[in-house]
Design a protein around this ligand. Structure first.
Ligand SMILES: CC(=O)SCCNC(=O)CCNC(=O)[C@H](O)C(C)(C)COP(=O)(O)OP(=O)(O)OC[C@H]1O[C@@H](n2cnc3c(N)ncnc32)[C@H](O)[C@@H]1OP(=O)(O)O
Ligand SMILES: CC(C)C(=O)C(=O)O
Length: 593
């Protein structure tokens, strides 16, 4: 129970001035703030995402074009198969007009029947007739295929890269669309054909103009209920806070023609580190589809991470429609294919994201897992079937194919909870609370002096050295026990005390108290304060663990825990008593010889 502290007089401590940050030496004045779009009647902030969007993986295109070593055809194929297995139904497989290798890869997918009937592949091209022609040829024979055309519409790009005014730029988008239709009619009459257009650098373009260009493209493509157009709105370079992107998307959705035949698609990059937030806000603002890469591969800081987005839905109880249940396997495949490691703190998939080192986190996680166990028992279901709620763990590691092994790891920041968790999970020892506190100090001393992590094996070694392996000054050599009907026990034990063998005898109301009495024969005076025992393994040959907390008297009184492990529970408890005595400073008591 917490005692209520009544209001106290103002503390008489010395006031602390508020810290003042000093100007940085960097030339920040060279940069201009982004201009937010004016949309005062925005509705997206009050919305939430309630279902999975359509997903497109661009791992094999945007992801691949940003790799130090672009993937070999073999690696691309491995990644393609993985994406299919995970459930992606739209996969951008390359830029076939870029190189023979890219072209051949698309051909190989089609010719080897690698594309399931419900999967649409798409290919990217610039708005140039020769490139579009080649791109269309790459799709011949596919069941379903999409050509994705882009041109930059932002002022900076028009001025610096293309030397075009707004109308020329819009005309290029319309012409490009026409060239795509012509090429598709020429080569792809048997293909269930789709079209995607991206006004590149959408986020740096006045949104009204982006809408105007896209409406021009719509005029050419003439979408209807059976012939949608995908309008993909790239944050090619992320330049603003995510709410601005959402405003742009809401404005676009409200003002684009033929909205019912338009699939509004998001394509975010992570330059400011907020691609996930921007995408989620964009979905709230009305978008239908998301493009990204597994683990956020892609140009510069990467495309939005499809794993994070999908798992963010999952942890809200929404089916992402993608299978993340073997996330480590997915990660290994992607690492192999891209040659790039996934960082240890990558959301949901990094090595350390389900691991707590710090004491208070470990304590809460341990209690949370115990609470889930209790809930599961009460509901008579498995622990992985109960509604998930655990402190510090937004998702059950088991659901993404992890075990609880790595959930708690011990170092100098850890407390008793974490170490008790490992002792139970890995070594089946359920340490009583005060023993946890005592052992935690022992572990702390070790990690303070050695530094670094204490692995589960090291933890066991420290525990064994401290509690189980001490044979000085006392070592048991066997005992006989007689008990009467009323529970009185008489013990005759052979022990080695300071290397000298002795037979000691004692009586008590149980084996432990009889043994404690017998230890008086060699001058050890102790009182048992607490006793716990449990089986370590199930079945007839079960091994038992016993824990005793002893008050040991030798001038001063000291309290020590002792632990004994033995197939026989009585032997385990006597070993536990000797463990406590042996842990007591051996010179601290006189041993009667
Ligand atoms: C944001 C993105 O991720 S877009 C995708 C980017 N991906 C890639 O570029 C990978 C594949 N690309 C390539 O291999 C090459 O760029 C190719 C083969 C497509 C074209 O190569 P090249 O013909 O040598 O042209 P290069 O790449 O240097 O292109 C620049 C030219 O294309 C023009 N261009 C660039 N983008 C587009 C576009 N979307 N539509 C039309 N023209 C374009 C430029 O204005 C420039 O024209 P200029 O030579 O008259 O100044
Ligand atoms: C081609 C487009 C969609 C692109 O990759 C980007 O703008 O980032």
């Amino acid at each position: 129970m917490t005692t209520e502290i009544r209001s106290t007089p103002k503390p008489r401590t010395k006031p602390q001035p508020r810290p003042v940050q000093q100007p940085s030496p960097m030339p920040f004045q060279r940069y201009q703030p982004f201009q937010p779009i004016v949309l005062s009647d925005r509705t997206w902030p009050a919305k939430s995402v309630t279902k999975a969007p359509r997903w497109l993986s661009t791992d094999l295109r945007d992801g691949n074009q940003a790799l130090i070593d672009p993937m070999t055809p073999g690696r691309k194929r491995k990644l393609f198969d993985l994406l299919v297995q995970m459930g992606y139904k739209e996969i951008e497989v390359g830029f076939p007009s870029a190189s023979q290798t890219d072209f051949d890869f698309v051909r190989s997918l089609i010719e080897s029947d690698a594309i399931p009937d419900d999967v649409t592949i798409s290919v990217l091209t610039q708005a140039r007739p020769d490139l579009i022609d080649r791109t269309a040829q790459s799709l011949i024979g596919a069941k379903r295929g999409t050509i994705h055309l882009y041109n930059a519409v932002a002022e900076l790009f028009r001025r610096v890269v293309f030397h075009m005014d707004e109308q020329e730029c819009k005309q290029l988008a319309k012409n490009g669309t026409r060239w795509v239709i012509d090429a598709a009619e020429k080569y792809l009459r048997d293909v269930e054909f789709g079209y995607e257009y991206s006004p590149e650098i959408f986020t740096q373009t006045p949104t009204e103009f982006a809408v105007e260009v896209c409406n021009g493209v719509i005029d050419v493509w003439q979408p209807d209920a059976d012939r949608e157009i995908i309008l993909n709105l790239p944050a090619t370079v992320e330049m603003s806070t995510p709410n601005t992107y959402a405003d742009q998307i809401e404005y676009f959705c409200r003002n684009i023609d033929s909205r019912d035949s338009v699939c509004v698609s998001l394509h975010t990059h992570n330059d400011r580190g907020t691609a996930v937030a921007a995408t989620e806000f964009g979905l709230m603002a009305g978008a239908d589809r998301v493009e990204g890469c597994l683990f956020g591969h892609g140009e510069r800081t990467g495309n939005v991470d499809l794993v994070t987005l999908g798992m963010n839905l999952y942890t809200q109880g929404i089916d992402p429609k993608i299978d993340f249940s073997r996330l480590d396997e997915v990660r290994r495949t992607v690492e192999y294919c891209t040659g790039m490691p996934v960082p240890a703190r990558q959301p949901y998939s990094g090595d350390l994201v389900y691991t707590a080192f710090s004491g208070s986190h470990q304590d809460a996680i341990k209690k949370g897992l115990e609470d889930l166990e209790t809930k599961a028992e009460r509901e008579r279901v498995g622990i992985h079937e109960v509604a998930w709620q655990a402190p510090y763990l937004p998702v059950d590691p088991h659901d993404v194919g992890r075990t609880y092994e790595a959930v708690i790891r011990v170092n100098s920041q850890s407390g008793k909870g974490g170490m008790a968790y490992l002792m139970k999970a890995d070594h089946s020892l359920v340490l009583p609370r005060r023993l946890q506190m005592e052992f935690s100090r022992v572990v702390q001393q070790h990690s303070d002096s050695e530094g670094g992590e204490v692995t589960s094996e090291q933890l066991w070694q420290i525990f064994s050295d401290e509690y189980l392996n001490r044979t000085e000054p006392l070592k048991g050599k066997g005992f006989t026990l007689e008990t009467t009907e009323d529970g009185r026990a008489t013990i005759k034990a052979r022990i080695s005390s300071h290397g000298v063998e002795k037979v000691i005898t004692g009586e008590g109301n149980g084996p432990v108290s009889a043994f404690v009495d017998a230890l008086g024969n060699v001058g050890v005076r102790l009182r048992v304060l607490d006793y716990n025992e449990h089986a370590l393994t199930a079945g007839g040959d079960a091994t038992a663990a016993a824990y005793v907390e002893c008050e040991i008297e030798n001038g001063d009184i000291e309290v020590h825990w002792g632990v004994g492990i033995d197939p026989d529970i009585t032997t385990a408890s006597l070993k536990a008593v000797m463990s406590a005595v042996n842990r007591h400073r051996r010179e601290a008591y006189a041993v009667a010889m």
